[in-house]
Design a protein around this ligand. Structure first.
Ligand SMILES: Cc1cc2nc3c(=O)[nH]c(=O)nc-3n(C[C@H](O)[C@H](O)[C@H](O)COP(=O)(O)OP(=O)(O)OC[C@H]3O[C@@H](n4cnc5c(N)ncnc54)[C@H](O)[C@@H]3O)c2cc1C
Length: 288
């Protein structure tokens, strides 16, 4: 049903309108509008995607969630493979080494935006992001969880039993459930915890008795940029900050979905430094 509604929407949405206002122009049923807004939590991680730019959310909804591929072992082996490849190509990687100042020479800061703000002492390095609560649950084999994924559209909660897609993630027969839930500004963690427990109580009866491992944490601005009405990716902090310092974060002025933004920012920074004589980048494209 939601798939048909999405397919019937125009291919593009305006930058200036909020997603809620734009959807309401195309869909008569307010409940359906709110259901679609709830669905876009998973491609924006925002507590209220209806407040964001229609162009930003609509683009993500049309692209996100398609052809999902689960890498065996999860995120960590993928990072290890990328790191090994970089080392093979001659890159020197130093892990656990905190950079405390911006080095001399052409530099691409690939940290979070807030770290870059501190390192550069530049208060302009700011852009809206999200607040999410994450819960990981290891359940014993006896747990009665019949689903692979559950989405609470009203409460902005997405839960997936990833061990169903990749059994190597949990001890044999056990279940690994990972949950992402939106936190509104100022919302206490206890409130989101209660919402998550309510969802689990109604979808996985008796789950609490079968927990043998769990962790929970809160993240701010770690799921990529969100664009408010009237703004788009070109308005975010520019990739090139000075003649020799570029910024490749998922809040940078680069196109893409979630992590793609950081990748595209990095590619743009590399292209600029590769084209320019060592130590200097094109004056024309320097920020500010
Ligand atoms: C629950 C969740 C689900 C997500 N799902 C998806 C998804 O399905 N698809 C998708 O594309 N994206 C997803 N994202 C977003 C994605 O994780 C981020 O966009 C991506 O990690 C950004 O990568 P990055 O390298 O720019 O920044 P980060 O991953 O934040 O890495 C920045 C690095 O900089 C390091 N650092 C910070 N300060 C310093 C310092 N002073 N010196 C040295 N190093 C420093 C940090 O330790 C960190 O390793 C998800 C995010 C979350 C939280």
């Amino acid at each position: 049903m939601l798939g048909e509604v999405i397919a019937a929407l125009p291919a593009t949405a305006p930058v200036d309108a909020s997603y809620r206002a734009w959807l309401s122009r195309h869909i008569d049923d307010p409940q359906l509008v709110e259901a679609l807004i709830g669905l876009t939590f998973i491609v924006t991680y925002d507590h209220d995607p209806g407040r964001l730019s229609a162009a930003f959310v609509h683009d993500r909804l049309r692209r996100g969630g398609r052809h999902v591929r689960y890498v065996e072992g999860g995120w960590a082996p993928m990072i290890d493979t990328l790191a090994a490849r970089a080392i093979d190509l001659g890159v020197e990687l130093r892990r656990g080494a905190r950079v405390r100042s911006v080095p001399d020479g052409p530099t691409i800061l690939a940290t979070t935006l807030s770290t870059a703000r501190r390192l550069m002492g530049d208060p302009d390095l700011d852009w809206p992001g999200t607040r999410v609560a994450l819960f990981d649950l290891g359940l014993r084999p006896a747990a009665s969880v019949g689903w692979f994924r559950v989405f609470d559209l009203d409460q902005r909660i997405y839960a997936a039993r990833y061990s169903e897609a990749d059994p190597t993630l949990a001890p044999e027969g056990h279940h690994l459930i990972q949950i992402a839930a939106a936190l509104a500004p100022g919302e206490p963690f206890t409130a989101v915890l209660a919402r998550v427990h309510e969802l689990l109580d109604s979808t996985a009866h008796g789950w609490a008795d079968d927990v043998d491992w769990k962790r929970a944490y809160e993240l701010s601005n770690e799921t990529g940029a969100v664009d408010l009405p009237g703004t788009g990716w070109p308005d975010r902090p520019a990739v090139l900050r000075t003649r020799s310092v570029a910024l490749a974060t998922d809040h940078s002025a680069a196109p893409g979905l979630l992590t793609e933004v950081a990748h595209n920012a990095a590619r743009s920074a590399i292209a600029t430094f590769s084209d320019a004589p060592t130590g200097s980048a094109s004056q024309a494209s320097v920020h500010g």
